[in-house]
Ligand binder design. Structure first.
Ligand SMILES: [Zn+2]
Length: 156
């Protein structure tokens, strides 16, 4: 049996491998990538190595506009997995990207009572991970996670 994970284990950071590296590299530059099938022309998210609709392997990266509409959400008040415990409450959401794919994400910068099905959202990126103290980019293990905020939101 594997040993019990240490207390430093985090559950919010995805594995970055050779396949998903372009996605996270783009995210670090503030770009959201999706995958589009060249056979059936459908886009999908999260990134997969072959099309989930027709199983074609002729799938390419494409830059998404970063616009989406809120499909559904759940305000999470309790999550015992680190580091979520320090982050509650947060808005776990499912959004429909302008390109079509449905994506699990979080909505930020929006009061709970202003959330509306179908509201327009814009992608933004939250830097996570890394080992702290680091200045500048390039810190191994640091990634920019796409989340969404209300489109055109300003204070007030
Ligand atoms: Zn396809």
């Amino acid at each position: 049996m594997p040993a019990t994970p240490s207390s430093s284990v985090r559950f919010d950071l995805p594995d970055v491998d050779v396949f998903t590296r372009p996605y996270w590299d783009a995210a670090a530059e503030g770009l959201l990538l999706i995958r589009r099938c060249r056979d059936c022309a459908r886009a999908h998210h999260y990134p997969r190595e072959f099309c989930p609709y027709c199983w074609s392997e002729d799938v390419a990266w494409e830059r998404a506009e970063g616009r989406a509409r809120l499909y559904t959400w759940s305000v999470v008040h309790r999550n015992d997995l680190p580091p979520f415990g320090t982050r509650t409450p947060y808005v776990a959401a499912v959004v429909d990207l302008a390109e079509g794919p449905r994506m699990m994400t979080e909505v930020v910068e929006c009061p709970e009572d202003e959330l509306r099905i179908g509201m327009e959202l814009t992608v933004t990126f939250r830097r996570e991970g890394g080992h702290g103290s680091g200045q500048g980019s390039g810190d191994e293990g640091e990634i920019d996670v796409p989340v969404f905020r209300p489109q055109g939101s300003m204070a007030g």
